[in-house]
Design a protein. Structure first.
Length: 294
């Protein structure tokens, strides 16, 4: 049995190494060596993130980031060392915004940071995607795990609009929806700086003209977008268009106060972040020369 395993396992390992040689170029190897994460003896962190898997996946997201979405990124030098909350606007039906922000942080920041996005609770129900998300560092958005990540000095991405933002129609693009308060309470509890990230490009990537709520309830999804490109493009209407992405990372914002203060008191601080984020979005819209510009 051992001999048979070696016969099968040997060629498989050889193929994996050859694939690795193609995927892992010098840029990706350098990033892997410089990622500041705390791992166990098996190379995983407490939440199942595996840096080699994340960096190999980066080979694909890098192409999307640089070639497909032609992303321009500003301000990553302001991402502080240690724990930090990235607070971004949400839109586009599927989380291309999270993918692009995460790719920017690992390609453009120094040192590179693996972004731990707080994903919606329905994401782990998707086949294959859930395991890949975990290996790449993404976790379901619950307060306890987020707090532990921050205490571990991680870079955490939060979309305070939640599904209110990701599922909005094209008629409401770049209109910030109501923010949850949880991220601010965590920032106060853990002494974490907040960096607003204005994302321009995602909200036109799958332009939805209507949310088919009856269909959403039927399939157990938070929303069911009706893309503007249906029926012209058929199923491809649900693939993101090659819109021009522009990211603006703002200056770190630091807050003090009681994390258990009243909603009204915490809301005042949240509004400051929301205002700063709106400014980042407005800056990106001014910088962009067109939805599909080079």
């Amino acid at each position: 049995m051992v001999a048979e395993a070696v016969i099968v396992y040997g060629p498989a390992m050889g193929l994996a190494e050859r694939i690795d040689d193609v995927v892992m170029d010098d840029e990706l190897r350098s990033i892997l060596e410089r990622i500041p994460n705390k791992l166990n003896e098996f190379g995983y962190d407490p939440w199942g993130m595996h840096p080699p898997t994340a960096v190999r996946f980066l080979a694909a997201t890098r192409w999307l980031y640089r070639k497909y979405f032609r992303t321009e990124t500003h301000g990553t030098e302001g991402i502080p060392d240690g724990r930090v909350l990235l607070i971004a606007n949400h839109g586009g039906q599927i989380p291309m915004d999270g993918l692009v922000v995460g790719t920017a942080a690992i390609l453009e920041a120094d040192p590179p940071r693996i972004v731990r996005a707080m994903v919606e609770r329905w994401v782990p129900t998707l086949p294959f995607v859930s395991s890949l998300f975990v290996r790449c560092g993404q976790i379901v958005g619950n307060r306890e795990d987020c707090r532990k990540l921050l205490e571990n000095d991680e870079c955490v991405l939060v979309f305070p609009e939640g599904v209110r933002g990701s599922g909005k129609t094209i008629w409401h693009r770049y209109e910030l929806q109501r923010f949850g308060l949880g991220f601010m309470r965590l920032a106060l509890e853990t002494g974490t700086p907040i960096v607003p990230v204005g994302v321009v490009g995602s909200e036109e990537s799958i332009p939805s003209v209507y949310d088919v709520k009856a269909l959403a309830r039927l399939v157990g999804a938070p929303y069911a977008p009706l893309p503007a490109t249906l029926p012209l493009l058929g199923p491809l209407a649900y693939a993101p268009l090659p819109t021009k992405f522009i990211l603006n990372f703002g200056a770190p914002m630091r807050f003090e106060g009681d994390p258990d203060a009243s909603d009204a008191e915490v809301s005042d601080k949240v509004e400051q972040v929301k205002t700063a984020l709106a400014e980042m979005i407005a800056r990106g819209l001014q910088q962009r020369r067109g939805v599909f510009a080079r």
